[in-house]
Each structure stands twice: as C-alpha cells, then as structure tokens.
Write a protein that binds this ligand. Structure first.
Ligand SMILES: *Cc1c(COP(=O)(O)O)cnc(C)c1O
Length: 393
C-alpha cells in the first residue's frame, strides 16, 4: 500500500509505529535497552532479531527504525542505516565494504572530511585511491579498472556546484563491477533520483536539509537490504556510530516538511541567482538552475532543479567578500547549509581554509567566492539583503 504513496505522504507517514496509547506524534523511545519477557526470548532474540525486535540502541531503536524506513522509502532503496553524523555515514559506507588491496576511484572536489577519509584513513589501511576530475568522464573511464571496488563522489560539489553525471559514472563503474557510492547532500533527497540513475549506495548528512533547522548532527546510508544489513550494520553497530533516538525524532519532524522546504528554497535560489547575475560587483554566479551554468542541462535531467545553494564571486577578493558578509542583516555568517536561516559562507577562509592555495585554485575556491545557502525567508528580503551587502563592497 505504502509503495503507491507519493513523496509528501511518505514524508509524513512512512514507517510510523504507534504504542498502545495510539499517540499521534512519533514517540521518542529514549531507551538504550529492551526488556525481554523471559530468558528464552532473550536467547531467541540474540540468535535472530525479527522485525520490530530490538536489543540495544547501538544496534537499532524503534524511533530510529521509523526514520530509516521513511528515508529509504523516499530515496527508493530497500533499506537504510541511520548514523550519528554525515561523516559517520560516509566513513561507514566506505570502510565497512573495503579491505586492504581494494581500489577506489573518487572525484577530487570533496567536502574536507570526506577527503580526509579517502586520502588519510583508507590509504592507511592499504586501500588504493585514485582521484579524478568528477565532471570529466574520460578520467573516470581511465581510472576505473576491473580491480576497482567502489567509486565515490558528491553528486553536486561544495562549494562550486559542479555536477557529476550519476548515470554515466554508474555505467562505467558497473561495467567494472564497482559499487557506486554517492554523497548526495547538495542534491537533497527531494531532488535526488540517484538510485534510478544507477547509484547503489546513497549517503546523506541529515544535519543539512533533513533536519533543516540546524539542531542536530546526523547521517544516513541508503542501499539494498543485503548491503545495509550484511555489510554496513555489523560495522556500525560494533564501532558505535549509530544515530541516537532523540536525533531520529528530530529528523522525523524535519522530514514532514522536507519537500515543501526544499522546493521553496530552490525557488528562492533561482530568483536570487537571477538577481545576482545583474549585479555589477558580482563577477560570476554559479547556480545549476541558470542557463549560464555549463551543466544546466545535466542538472535539469539529474535533479529537475538547481538546488538550494547559490555560489558567486564578488569583485575585489577577500576584502570585498568580508565587507559583503559583515554588511548582511538577515543572512548569517556560518557554515551549515540547508537550514531555514540563510547562511553566507566564505569557503576560502573557513570550510576550505586548510587546502593549499594551488588546490583551492584548482577547485575554483577564489578569495572573492561566497557560498550562499538559501533559507526559508522571503526571497525579496534576501535579495535586498544581498544587495545591501554588495553596496558595502
Ligand atoms: C556536511 C557534509 C558532510 C558531513 O556531514 P556532518 O553531518 O557534518 O558529519 C558530508 N558531505 C557533505 C557533502 C556535506 O555537506
């Protein structure tokens, strides 16, 4: 029955469990453990844990299970495992499936912590990693070999909003027998069709749009039942990266409005991108929803939207970017994204500060670059705020 539900219905009802009280809101099962009616039941549960049977919150919890079922239904995967943060999800998805001698191909334009896992952690344990320019299919073709176990990429990169063609890279990966693991944060689960385009495993930091109000860290790994239960779950439950029931409850509440929020933010993002294109002090506007974006056609085919972030370069480098940020009245200077509150980030001095200058240049992280996470405020107010910032430059 629930398979027929459309997105908004799933976001409100999928996976709901009700106790004997029939509570309307999702209950928070704030419990680490579960009492068994007798010793025989305890023994039986440790041999085989059935549906809606739980042992310990690190292994699973009713509130967390509700969240996992809801996000899996939304993403179109058989199952999901909720994690303590987005990074626990990225690490869990990769580390649980890889062993010494395996080969991974990854796009180069990655969130700093993702880069750390691929460059520092995996290689420490004998996994070979090859980095490619994610938008260049020829580099993927050259790097993926029959020994490649997985490919990893952010479907839309941070902060320069460059897309990786999920369908094309999946075809290359699958021909070599490699699993496709996508960090899909910037695409959001609302605009994602990653699984139908070929992704095998989809990872989210739920800290971003899924919570959507900047309250809690969380993450999730979506995939087949086989991958989630046989590969991910044993790794996660024994290494301690599971989502807390309280966080799961926060995420469930975020999900009820996820579709409405992402669509409203993307609508405002397009208006903002268009307005910025006409501004004299703005050198360049990067927004996949604009016809001027080099991958506009791919963005429309892959996501049907330009997403909820707009990146732009201000004339005058770091000094101009700082003046702009300091003059904002509505948008906050911070580094989260997907929040109800608009956020202006200066990647060169914050999120990407640690990268050497040549790598910043290679990734297009220039001193005048601003990443703007569009919130739920009125679009006209935001445009006026951005204009106020530019006037101070
Ligand atoms: C934020 C983010 C992460 C990490 O998520 P946390 O919840 O902060 O651990 C990973 N990948 C991308 C693309 C992100 O934006």
């Amino acid at each position: 029955m629930t398979e027929k539900w459309k997105t908004r219905t799933k976001l409100v009802h999928q996976g709901s469990r009700r106790s004997q009280y029939g509570e309307m809101a999702e209950a928070i099962f704030l419990t680490q453990g579960f009492a068994y009616p007798d010793a025989e039941s305890a023994e039986a549960r440790f041999i085989k844990t059935g549906e809606d049977e739980f042992i310990y919150a690190r292994y699973g919890n009713p509130t967390t299970r509700t969240f996992e079922e809801r996000i899996a239904a939304l993403e179109g995967t058989e199952d999901a495992f909720a994690t303590a943060s987005g990074m626990a999800a990225v690490n869990g998805a990769l580390t649980s499936m890889l062993r010494a001698g395996d080969h991974v191909v990854s796009s180069r334009a990655l969130f700093g912590s993702c880069l750390y896992i691929l460059e520092e952690i995996l290689t420490r344990y004998g996994v070979k990693v090859t980095f490619v320019d994610g938008a260049d299919l020829n580099q993927w073709r050259a790097a993926v070999t029959p020994g490649t176990k997985a490919v990893f990429f952010e479907s839309m990169s941070n902060p320069t909003l460059e897309l990786v063609d999920i369908a094309a890279v999946s075809e290359i990966a699958h021909a070599a027998g490699a699993l496709v693991v996508v960090d899909n944060v910037f695409a959001t689960p609302i605009f994602s069709r990653a699984v139908e385009q070929g992704a095998d495993v989809v990872v989210y930091s739920t800290t971003k749009h899924i919570d959507g109000q900047g309250r809690a860290l969380g993450g999730v790994i979506c995939g087949t039942t086989e991958f989630i239960r046989k590969t991910v779950e044993p790794y996660m439950k024994h290494t301690g990266g599971s989502m807390s029931p309280f966080t799961s409850w926060i995420m469930l509440n975020g999900m009820a409005t996820l579709d409405l929020r992402c669509r409203a933010m993307a609508e405002s993002a397009l208006k903002i991108a268009r307005a910025l294109e006409g501004e004299a002090k703005v050198k360049k506007v990067i927004y996949p929803g604009l016809e001027s974006h080099p991958q506009h056609a791919l963005a429309m085919a892959q996501m049907g939207s330009g997403g909820t972030l707009v990146t732009f370069e201000i004339e005058g480098g770091k000094e101009a970017a700082f003046r702009f940020q300091n003059a904002l009245e509505i948008a906050k200077i911070s580094n989260n994204l997907g929040d109800a509150k608009s956020i202006a980030t200066h990647p060169a001095t914050t999120t990407h500060q640690r990268l050497p200058d040549d790598q910043k240049a290679r990734l297009g992280i220039t001193p005048g670059l601003i990443r703007f996470s569009v919130g739920l405020e009125d679009a006209e107010d935001l445009i006026a705020d951005l204009r106020g910032g530019l006037a101070a430059v």
